[in-house]
Write a protein that binds this ligand. Sequence first.
Ligand SMILES: [Mg+2]
Length: 181
Amino acid sequence: VVKVSAQGRIAIDMDEVVADSLGRFLDIYAREFGTRIAREDLRGRHLFDAVPAEHREAVRGYPRREEFFHDLDVIPGSVEAVRALSARYEIFFATAAMEYPNSFLPKYDWLHRHFPFVPWRNFVYCGDKSVIRADVLIDDHRRNFRGFEGRGLLFSAPHNLLEEGVERVRDWAHVCELLLR
Ligand SMILES: [Mg+2]
């Protein structure tokens, strides 16, 4: 059954928008290097830029590990918000999964587990998100709005907190405020 929505289509990124991949980075880093880095320490920068130079390569390699994408925590409020949005909009998950082929199956299983009301036809794995056509794209990387013709909403994550000149959403409650009025 194809649900046609009067209000349009929303494309939603996964990592750091619905899936807490940063939490996984911080956990692995704490376990392997013995230093617990807090999210507050990452204001305006990525974890790679916050660790000693000699740790950077290791950190960049974390997502290529088999277990990285398994059982990621859900970003607070996302399930309830996406469920509410799905009553009015067509929802697609759009993830640049191609960078990490080991993520394909875990991401698929994860979406089914946490967002069972979004059908698999609405899962989009891509390399470059400029192929996405939607009315709204919610993403924590503004580079993904390049070439996007709809409304880009920058979902706040530590690394993007200092960015300006882009429409920002603080959290899922804020998304609902904007899109479910
Ligand atoms: Mg992301």
